[in-house]
Design a protein around this ligand. Structure first.
Ligand code: IVH
Length: 677
C-alpha cells in the first residue's frame, strides 16, 4: 500500500516534535509542554507507524521496549579510546604548555577548549548517514562492549542527527553520567520501594549502561555530554574543537554548557579554579577540568602516545573534604587477630559517596589525631581511595550533641574475650586464634575472595551467617557444604544454592600462587605468594623450606620467612592443606625458577608508572622479579624499560626524553605472556 504523502509528512513532523521535547525534557530539564501532551504526540506517532508499517530504528517511538540481550558483543574501536594525562597543580600545568610550545615550535599562546571532567562512563556513538547505529563502552580502550540497546533509551541522545548527512560515518565520544539530582531521586524512589541503595552516581551509571535488559536501563535517568569525535568518513570537520561542539550541538547532540575557549595556560588555570569554586553547585559530579588544544590541525601534529593524546591534559581537583562527628569507635578483629579501631561517623557525602565509617588504623593514629569520641573531624576522600579522618576540628564545646569520651583499647578481644597481646609498638592482637569467631570469619572471607580462591557468591554476609550458625568453622568446611544446607538459609533459594555450589566446585581448580595467598599466612600478599610459587614450583618445597632457603626468594626478608616457617610448622595448618587437597583443590604444576637461565630479564631494570588496569601493580612487579628483572622507582639512564599505564606523568616524560623503551599495559602483558610461555 502506498502511504499517502500527507501521512509521511505528519510522521516526519511528529518524530521531530517528539525528539525536540525529549531533548528539552531530558537534557535541559526544561519541558515546554505537559507530560500528557507529550504522551499524546508519541501515541499518535506510534499509531501511524503501526498502521502504515513505518517503524524504523531511528524513530523516537523505538527508544524503549527493546528485548533484553543474552550477553554483550565485543566492539573494536577503530581509533583507540585513549585516556588523559593528569596534573594536580599550576606548575605542572605550565610545563604542559611549555612542552606543547616546544613541540609545535610555537611562539604565541595557544587556544584551549576547557571542559569539566565529568565523572561518568566513556562511550562511543557511531552514526551512519546520521542514524545512530552502534554505541559502545570504552572497555580497555581498544575493545569495548556493545551497549546500543541501553543507549537508545537515553532521551537526550539523538537516534537521528538533525541534518540527514548521507554517505557519512561519524563517531562521537563522550561521557554518560547521572546528575546529582537524578541520583538522589532514584535513591529516594528505590528506598520507598524497599529496593537497593545506589552507592554513587558514577557506579549507578556504569551499572545501568551494562544492563542486559534495556527496560531496566531506561529507569535510570542517564545523560551524556559529548567531548570528542573519533572516526569520521565522508565529512569535513571544522578547524577547531570548539566549532565541532557548536556544530554537533546543532545536530542535536548534548554538549557541556560549562565549556569555554581560553587563550593561554593562565586563562585555563583561571577557568579551572572557577570551575573548582562552583563544583558543589554544578548539577553533575566532576573530578577536574580537561584542557584540549582547540585547533584540530595542531592536535594532529602533536599526536598521541600509546595511552594518551599529547594535546590534552586533565587538571585534577584536590580530594574532597567534609566535616562530621565521630559517633563511636569500635574495634574490629582481623584475619590474623589484629585489632583495628574503626570510627562510626555521622553519615556524610564526600567525594561522591556516603561515608559512615572509616578505619583509624591503630592506637598511634588515634593519638596522633588527638581524637576522642564525640569530636568533630574532617574526612577526606580522593578518587577511589578509602576515606580518611585527616584532623580533629578544635573542640566546639557545648554545640556538640555527643559527650566527648576518650578512646580506650579494650581489655579483651571484643569477639571472643581472649586476652589481647601487644605486637610491636602500636598493634594489638587477639590471642584466641582458631577459637575466635571474628578471626575465623575474616580468614574464610579472605580465602573466598576474588584474588584468592575466587568463590563467586560467597560474600561477607553469607560467611558471617554460616559461621554464626556453625555450619562452617574453617575454610575446609566450604567444600563439604551441601545444596540443602545452603537452601535452608534465609534469602537463599534452590537456584542460588545450586549456583554457589557450582562456584565452590569451580574454585577447586586454582593456581599455586592463589592457593598460597588464600591460606592467609601473615605478611604473605599476592606478590609474595607468586614469588614463592615461581621460586619453589611445588607446595611441598615451600612447606619443607628452612629459613635460609626462604630468604633466597626475592622480596622475602627474615621476618616474613619466619612467619612462613611458623605457619607451615603448625601441624593443624598442614592438616588443613591436606584436607583441602583431599576435597579436590588442585593446581597445575609450575616450573621452579631457581635456575638463572629461566630468568630472561636478568640484568634489566624496569620502572612501573601510571596505573595498571588489568593486573595489580604488585603482581606485575612480582612477575618482573620472577623473570630476573630489577624493579626501580625512578627512571635513569640505567633503566631498560618503562611500563606506563594511564596517568603516567613525569617518569614517562623522562623515559621519552632519555629515549628509553616504553611499553603500555597491553604490550607489557604480551611480553610477560611470551616470556612466561
Ligand atoms: S577527553 C582523547 N574530555 O576522562 C582524550 N575525557 O582519563 C579522551 N572524561 O576516559 C578523553 N570528561 O571518560 C575527555 N571533557 C572530557 C571528559 C573526559 C570526562 C573522562 C573520559 C576519559 C577519562 C580520561
Amino acid at each position: 500500500m502506498a502511504v499517502p504523502e500527507k501521512i509521511l509528512r505528519e510522521v516526519s513532523a511528529l518524530r521531530q516534535q517528539v525528539e525536540h521535547h525529549n531533548r528539552l525534557y531530558h537534557s535541559q530539564d526544561a519541558p515546554e509542554i505537559p507530560d500528557a501532551d507529550f504522551d499524546a504526540l508519541l501515541r499518535r506517532l506510534e499509531e501511524l507507524e503501526a498502521k502504515y508499517a513505518l517503524q524504523e530504528d531511528a524513530s523516537p517511538s523505538q527508544r524503549v521496549g527493546g528485548e533484553a540481550i543474552a550477553g554483550f558483543t565485543q566492539v573494536r574501536h577503530e581509533i583507540a579510546m585513549l585516556s588523559l594525562n593528569k596534573v594536580f597543580d599550576e606548575a605542572d600545568l605550565k610545563s604542559f604548555e611549555l612542552r606543547l610550545k616546544k613541540r609545535l615550535e610555537a611562539e604565541s599562546s595557544l587556544q584551549y577548549s576547557c571542559e569539566p571532567k565529568v565523572d561518568g562512563i566513556a562511550v562511543s556513538l557511531l552514526y551512519k548517514d546520521g542514524v545512530l547505529e552502534r554505541a559502545a563502552t570504552r572497555g580497555d580502550g581498544t575493545t569495548g562492549e556493545d551497549i546500543t540497546h541501553n543507549v537508545r533509551t537515553i532521551g537526550s541522545i539523538p537516534l537521528q542527527l538533525k541534518p540527514k548527512i548521507k554517505n557519512t560515518v561519524i563517531e562521537i565520544r563522550g561521557e554518560i553520567f547521572l546528575t546529582k539530582e537524578g541520583f538522589k531521586k532514584l535513591n529516594e524512589a528505590s528506598e520507598k520501594e524497599g529496593g537497593k541503595i545506589f552507592v554513587n552516581p558514577r557506579n549507578t551509571a556504569a551499572g545501568a549502561i551494562r544492563q542486559l535488559d534495556p527496560k531496566k536501563a531506561a529507569k535510570i535517568p542517564l545523560q551524556m555530554y559529548c567531548y570528542s569525535v573519533g572516526r569520521v568518513d565522508g565529512f569535513k570537520l571544522p578547524k577547531t574543537l570548539s566549532e565541532v561542539f557548536s556544530l554537533i550541538s546543532e545536530w542535536g547532540l548534548p554538549v557541556n554548557p560549562d565549556r569555554s575557549v581560553e587563550n593561554g595556560i593562565d586563562a585555563c588555570l583561571k577557568y579551572c579554579l572557577a570551575l573548582l569554586a562552583k563544583r558543589s553547585v554544578l548539577p553533575y559530579e566532576i573530578d577536574g577540568a580537561v584542557l584540549k588544544v582547540d585547533n584540530l590541525e595542531l592536535q594532529r601534529q602533536l599526536g598521541s602516545n600509546a595511552r594518551s593524546p599529547r594535546w590534552a591534559m586533565a587538571y585534577k581537583f584536590p580530594a574532597e573534604e567534609k566535616s562530621t562527628t565521630v559517633l563511636d569507635v569500635e574495634f574490629q578483629v582481623g584475619r590474623t587477630g589484629t585489632i583495628t579501631p574503626v570510627a562510626r561517623l555521622e553519615p556524610v557525602f564526600v567525594g561522591g559517596v556516603t561515608v559512615s565509617n572509616t578505619t583509624l588504623h591503630n592506637m598511634d593514629e588515634i593519638e596522633r589525631l588527638g581524637l576522642q569520641i564525640g569530636d568533630r573531624v574532617i574526612v577526606r576522600r580522593a578518587g577511589d581511595v578509602i576515606p580518611k579522618v585527616v584532623k580533629v576540628i578544635p573542640h566546639e564545646g557545648a554545640s556538640n550533641k555527643i559527650e566527648r569520651k576518650p578512646i580506650l583499647i579494650p581489655e579483651v578481644c571484643p569477639a571472643c574475650a581472649s586476652a589481647l597481646e601487644k605486637d610491636g609498638d602500636v598493634l594489638y592482637r587477639c590471642s584466641g586464634g582458631i577459637i575466635c569467631p571474628a578471626q575465623r570469619k575474616e580468614s574464610i572471607k579472605h580465602f573466598a575472595s576474588r584474588s584468592a580462591m575466587d568463590i563467586e557468591g560467597l560474600g561477607s554476609k553469607l560467611i558471617e551467617l554460616l559461621v554464626d550458625k556453625e555450619i562452617i568453622t574453617s575454610v575446609a568446611d566450604i567444600y563439604a557444604l551441601t545444596p540443602e544446607q545452603l537452601a535452608s538459609l534465609e534469602r537463599m533459594g534452590d537456584k542460588s544454592a545450586a549456583k554457589l555450589i557450582a562456584a565452590i566446585q569451580k574454585s577447586k581448580q586454582t593456581s599455586l600462587p592463589r592457593f598460597l595467598f588464600a591460606l592467609g599466612i601473615r605478611e604473605v600478599g599476592e606478590a609474595t605468594a607468586l614469588q614463592l610459587a615461581t621460586h619453589f614450583g611445588i607446595l611441598d618445597g615451600i612447606i619443607a623450606a628452612d629459613l635460609d632457603s626462604l630468604v633466597q626468594v626475592p622480596d622475602v626478608g627474615p621476618i616474613m620467612a619466619e612467619h612462613i616457617r611458623v605457619f607451615f610448622s603448625n601441624k593443624s595448618n598442614v592438616a588443613l592443606i591436606e584436607k583441602l587437597q583431599g576435597s579436590g583443590v588442585t593446581w597445575p604444576v609450575i616450573e621452579a625458577s631457581y635456575d638463572d637461565s629461566a630468568k630472561p630479564l636478568l640484568g634489566e631494570t624496569y620502572v612501573l608508572t601510571g596505573s595498571l588496569e588489568k593486573m595489580p601493580r604488585n603482581e606485575a612487579k612480582a612477575m618482573l622479579i620472577a623473570l630476573g628483572a630489577k624493579v626501580a622507582g625512578s627512571v635513569s639512564k640505567n633503566t631498560s624499560c618503562v611500563v606506563a599505564g594511564p596517568g603516567a606523568g613525569s617518569k614517562l616524560a623522562k623515559a621519552e626524553e632519555l629515549g628509553i623503551k616504553v611499553l603500555d599495559e597491553e604490550e607489557f602483558i604480551a611480553l610477560l605472556d611470551e616470556l612466561m610461555a
